[in-house]
Ligand binder design. Sequence first.
Ligand SMILES: NC(=O)c1ccc[n+]([C@@H]2O[C@H](COP(=O)([O-])OP(=O)(O)OC[C@H]3O[C@@H](n4cnc5c(N)ncnc54)[C@H](O)[C@@H]3O)[C@@H](O)[C@H]2O)c1
Length: 283
Amino acid sequence: MTIHKLMVVGAGQMGCGIVQSSAASGLQVILYDITPARVQQGIANINENVLRDVVKGRRSKEEGEEIVGRISSCYNLEDGVGVDIVIEAISENGQLKEDLFSKLDSICAPNTILASNTSSLSITRLAAATKRPHKVIGMHFMNPVPRMPLVEIIRGLATSDETYTSVSELSRQLGKTPIESGDYPGFVSNRVLMPMINEAIFCVYEGVATPQSVDQMMKLGMNHPMGPLALADFIGLDTSLAIMEVLQQGFGDSKYRPCPLLRQYVHAGWLGRKSGRGFYIYE
Ligand SMILES: NC(=O)c1ccc[n+]([C@@H]2O[C@H](COP(=O)([O-])OP(=O)(O)OC[C@H]3O[C@@H](n4cnc5c(N)ncnc54)[C@H](O)[C@@H]3O)[C@@H](O)[C@H]2O)c1
């Protein structure tokens, strides 16, 4: 099945990135969020990004207008009834996602693929909330979506070959490289990345080093383009905590316990870049 029209649910940093990349690849895309103001803000941010590309000469004015023209906003999930695929990018919360998948299943046409951008949660479990488990799949984009070339593809137990092929083709159409991972907590990318970020937070918590020193150490010593604490702020500390909790519960291994400092920052509302404060302060 070739995908022409898609809906993205969740107008946060990931959802908007997916919308922008999809529209830039020639697809018609609808953006929905439970909070209408997030949709408006998201569309405004995307327009600004596209305009910046035009001003910097990376795209022509006509191209920019075409991209923006392929994006529409909606305030009812029912507006997605005719799309080929829904990509869910709401907060990293299993119950919220299961409720959404169940609702999408009752609204969308039977051949619509339901994909999740979850960072860590079970695709098999999301699929079980629907009556179309063969049409449910994980499509884990990286942040920032327009720039990062990987999509981690996760098949649930019942995901069909046809769904897998359609979503792999869609990833390539978006200019990305799809790589398959098994359906286990955190898949591959976050199972490897998040314990490192959590350990970096422990270094700050235990007074081993300042956030600046930890980040400089990893940039200069390990050739990482971004330090782990700056990266945690970029991902979102709420999302980082949710992923550590999924790893801890999923594997039942104490090595995945979230650092108490991470939990405290989230309780304080210090969520990183998106809230203006995390390990660093953002204007
Ligand atoms: N932040 C990252 O670096 C990153 C990378 C890859 C994947 N992800 C995953 O992408 C998803 C979204 O992450 P984000 O960083 O964009 O989060 P975010 O906090 O920026 O945005 C989440 C959005 O979801 C909306 N939302 C919440 N519940 C909803 C519902 N029931 N229906 C519709 N909208 C709802 C919120 O209003 C918000 O706009 C998460 O599953 C996360 O794990 C995040």
